[in-house]
Design a protein around this ligand. Structure first.
Ligand code: GLV
Length: 325
């Protein structure tokens, strides 16, 4: 019998076709995330689930899904899935690393440039008709070249950021739970503890997963430790930065600017105080949003799911202990 699969949003055509050729699929095709009651109803008969970072897959969902064997999250981050609960129930959880690394690093660099050169502000001035003439003192920003970049988390994406930064003649320091001597040598970058990194960096970019340890790891104390001219970039997960502390830091000019692809909450409400500030640029969680990368992510999510449903080992499992005999 073909396995039953629920997909929580429309995904690119080719991976969807592959899924449909192999499984009985039901799909939430709304523009917004699947409503909780629909999800709870649809998983009742599902053997597999393709989920997104906008879906909270917790014990309640798993309890509603007695047949569920594989949760394939179409994202590299999996903080939306309760891994402990899944492991307890021997449900395999998969993610989509690697395929989005460079695309996300490209966006982090774009955000860094947008903040440094005040691109959002410039665009608003042009569109509002307020731009009167070229001026020697208008919209002066900061240089990226030869500046110091601090990377928090030298994983796959952090490493790609370092490579891009070196092309811009930046100096690069990083902090991580694990020191990476081979990368330090290969790229000519330096390790620093978080406090030192914050104090020395002109740009700070975040590339850690969201866990209980990284939740609000950048807050009031960390902003105080940063340079007044510093620019903070977050393309990882919103809750790594304390949003109230960020607002205060930008308002009081403890730091110069922030550039966010991710926020807490997400989406950021239109009346959020951060949106009243000029020294911030915010985009709607588009780190991996290129045509090619989203197709690869969806294909990887489908391949992971199909392998898991066949009882094979998917390429990217986040709780491999479930597969151990
Ligand atoms: C996007 O944020 C992802 O985790 O893939």
């Amino acid at each position: 019998m073909r396995p039953k699969v629920y997909v929580t949003r429309l995904i690119p055509e080719e991976p969807l076709k592959k899924l449909q050729q192999n499984c009985d699929c039901r799909i939430w095709d709304g523009e917004l995330p699947v409503p909780r009651d629909v999800l709870l109803r649809e998983v009742q008969t599902a053997d597999g689930l393709v989920s997104l970072l906008t879906d909270r897959i917790d014990a309640t969902v798993m309890d509603a899904a007695p047949k569920l064997r594989v949760i394939s999250n179409m994202a590299v981050g999996f903080d939306n899935v309760d891994i402990k609960e899944a492991t307890k129930r021997r449900i395999v959880v998969c993610n989509t690393p690697e395929v989005l690394t460079e695309t996300t690093a490209d966006l982090a660099f774009a955000l860094m440039s947008a903040a440094a050169r005040r691109i959002g502000e410039g665009e608003r001035i042009v569109r509002s008709g307020k731009w009167k003439t070229w001026g020697p003192m208008i919209l002066l920003g900061q240089d990226i070249h030869h500046a110091m970049l601090g990377i928090i988390g030298l994983g796959r994406i952090g490493t790609e950021i370092a490579k891009r930064a070196l092309g811009f003649d930046m100096k690069v320091i990083y902090c991580d739970r694990d020191r990476r001597p081979e990368m330090e040598k290969k790229l000519g970058i330096e390790y620093a503890d978080l406090k030192t990194l914050l104090a020395r960096s002109d740009f700070v970019t975040i590339h850690t997963p969201l866990t209980s340890e990284t939740h609000h790891m950048i807050g009031e104390e960390q902003f105080k430790a940063m340079k007044k001219t510093a620019i903070l970039v977050n393309t990882a997960r919103g809750p790594i930065v304390d949003p109230k502390a960020l607002y205060n830091a930008l308002r009081d000019r403890l730091i110069a600017y922030a550039a966010l692809d991710v926020t807490e909450p997400e989406p950021i409400p239109p009346d959020d105080p951060l949106l009243t500030l000029d020294n911030i640029v915010i985009v709607p969680h588009i780190g991996s949003a290129s045509v090619a990368t989203r197709t690869k992510m969806a294909m990887m999510a489908v391949d992971n799911l199909l392998a898991g449903l066949k009882g094979e080992r998917p390429h990217h499992v986040v709780n491999p202990e479930v597969l151990a005999k």
